[in-house]
Design a binder for this molecule. Structure first.
Ligand SMILES: *Cc1c(COP(=O)(O)O)cnc(C)c1O
Length: 438
């Protein structure tokens, strides 16, 4: 076995981590094992995981039921091409997805990552209108402060300031951005939001194929929470003006916000929906794009007669098996009670931090807690502090946020919040911030 030092030296010199420089990479910490809500580093340090590995590991790590699902499938086969072949794991997962998603989502496209599922959704929307002979609807409409992934189509609807538009502006398609909603979660539709939505739809509907947004919680683009009334208004305008609605539930799906899906807060039915992240319980990469019968039939009746997409690792059998196991697990242990319990803990322990002079706003919804500071945070320095205190939390820009595994107990939640509270007194701030994602 190579010495850890030399492995880390190779890592620094040769391996890209997310959003890093090859000249001056931020430190990375080697993980030796992970179990339940704990990560264990190579030096033996145990960390309470506040991130669920970017929204994914909702049942914690190394879960015996998820491991068993992979092992069982491994004995039959791990992957076969999905062109011309099919298999029970894909069929059973799709049955489960059709059953548990809001009514109307009838057709399932299984793909390999969240970004790809957004690409698929966007392609479905454009192909829908092309199939109807409408060549004018060539643009998308969205709201600022969104995040939809890092591939080109997805990137083109990410927040134009916080995202990567400043680098890629010249080569990105130009979509229509509305301001981020100001209607608060607990309130109705703010008149400013209403006016902006109505104006944008009236001005652009003829050229807009679809409105795409994250329902209720905007994740990595700014960790914002907005009113269900805003989503209902978007839906009503989509209907009135003949624009498709794409809900990106990749972060919000599977209970994270306190409802099974973000859309459930508003009781809104979309035309296309993206799922990913927690789908496999964080075990491996897998995503899905669901659409209504009408979208699927229209595409299929169009000039090409088929939906033009098919990734090599589509419907990977290991990923399908573990996804099904993860969804069954979710239904088996009363996730709603657990998420509500986490929400109550975060309300109790994070909400009071609003009194701190460095805090601009506290946001809590479901198993999501956000401390927005007035200034940007030095990620490397605060990371070191958190690790010393025994927690894994990774802030970005001016946001310290957690979305713990649903199985986390009161004591560990308390520690996470206590360490975050302590960090406010010794935070190192910087401006401008190093780029990162949430
Ligand atoms: C993470 C995320 C994506 C992208 O998913 P990847 O698996 O990272 O490609 C898309 N949309 C939302 C809302 C996300 O949170």
């Amino acid at each position: 076995m190579q010495q850890l030092e030399s492995l880390l030296a190779f890592d620094r010199q040769h391996i890209w981590h997310p959003y890093t420089s090859m000249i001056d990479p931020l430190p990375v910490y080697p993980v030796k094992s992970a179990k339940g809500v704990y990560l264990e580093l190579a030096d033996g340090q145990r960390l309470v995981d506040g991130m669920s590995s970017w929204w994914c590991a909702i049942h914690g790590y190394n879960h015996p039921q998820l491991n068993a699902a992979v092992e069982k499938q491994l004995k039959s086969f791990s992957h076969v091409m999905f062109g011309g072949l099919t298999h029970q794991p894909a069929i059973e997962l799709s049955q489960q997805l059709v059953a548990m998603t809001p009514a109307g989502f009838d057709k399932v496209f299984l793909c390999d990552s969240g970004s790809v599922s957004v690409e698929v959704a966007i392609k479905m929307a454009f192909q829908y209108w092309i199939s109807l002979g409408n060549r004018d609807k060539k643009r998308l409409m969205t709201i600022r402060k969104g995040y939809h992934g890092d591939t080109f189509g997805a990137m083109s609807v990410c927040d134009p300031v916080g995202g990567m538009h400043h680098i890629f502006e010249a080569v990105l398609p130009q979509h229509i951005f509305l301001p981020e909603p100001i209607s608060a979660f607990t309130e109705g539709l703010h008149p400013t939001d209403e006016a902006q939505l109505e104006q944008a739809f009236a001005a652009h509907h003829h050229e807009v194929a679809a409105f795409i947004l994250e329902p209720i919680v905007q994740g990595a683009g700014g960790m914002r929470v907005y009113s269900p009334a805003f989503l209902r208004k978007v839906k009503a305008l989509c209907e009135a003006y003949d624009v498709l609605l794409i809900l990106d539930e990749i972060a919000t799906g599977f209970g994270r916000t306190g409802e099974l899906f973000g859309a459930n807060h508003a009781d809104v039915q979309a035309d296309i929906m993206c799922l990913g992240k927690a789908l496999t319980g964080g075990m491996m990469t897998m995503a899905a794009t669901l659409c209504t019968d009408q979208v699927a039939m229209t595409i299929s009746k169009g000039p090409s007669g088929v939906f033009m997409h098919g990734p090599t690792f589509m419907a990977n059998a290991l990923a399908c098996s573990v996804s099904l196991a993860s969804l069954q697990l979710l239904e088996s242990y009363g996730w709603k009670e657990k998420v509500d319990g986490i929400e109550a803990s975060l309300e109790k322990d994070l909400r009071p931090l609003f009194a701190h002079e460095r805090v601009k706003e506290i946001r809590v919804l479901g198993a999501i807690g956000v401390v927005e500071c007035h200034q940007s945070i030095q990620v490397a320095a605060i990371q070191k502090y958190f690790i010393k205190q025994g927690v894994w939390v990774r802030p970005f820009r001016n946001l310290i946020y957690i979305m713990p595994p649903f199985i986390m107990e009161e004591a560990e939640l308390g520690l996470l919040c206590q360490v975050i509270a302590g960090s406010l007194d010794c935070l190192l701030y910087t401006s401008p911030s190093p780029r990162d994602r949430g």
